[in-house]
Ligand binder design. Structure first.
Ligand code: ZN
Length: 114
């Protein structure tokens, strides 16, 4: 049995590989197997900093504006360096630990990769 995905156009199961391409013999549709794999990958959302750098788990960032810490009088000062960020889902897409403040969440639009 073939493990190739069905044709995205006509749903035919008789697709075959032709080099890097997948080909459907029924409707003659050709598409790239690698592009398909990337598109359906883990569904990873790309998170970018304020200037468009792609952020990854473990990156070090600096905060580009003073940020009030919810529910306290603390402020994360502009220029604060944060090591070992973790990306997460949601409105605030960065999970991190800040010296003197503790665990908190940041928005990627207010940080910059170092
Ligand atoms: Zn087809």
């Amino acid at each position: 049995m073939s493990t190739l995905p069905p044709c995205p156009k006509c749903n035919s199961e008789y697709t075959y590989e032709d080099g890097q391409m997948l080909v459907c013999p029924e409707c003659a549709h050709e598409w790239s197997a690698t592009a398909e794999a990337e598109a359906t990958g883990e569904g990873d959302k790309v998170i970018k900093d304020s200037v468009g750098n792609v952020l990854q788990d473990g990156d070090t960032i600096t905060v580009i504006k003073d940020l009030k810490v919810k529910g306290s009088s603390l402020v994360v000062k502009v220029g604060t360096k944060v090591k070992g960020i973790r990306l997460c889902d949601g409105d605030h897409d960065i999970d991190c630990k800040i010296d003197g403040i503790g665990a908190m969440k940041l928005k990627s639009e207010f940080v910059r990769k170092v």
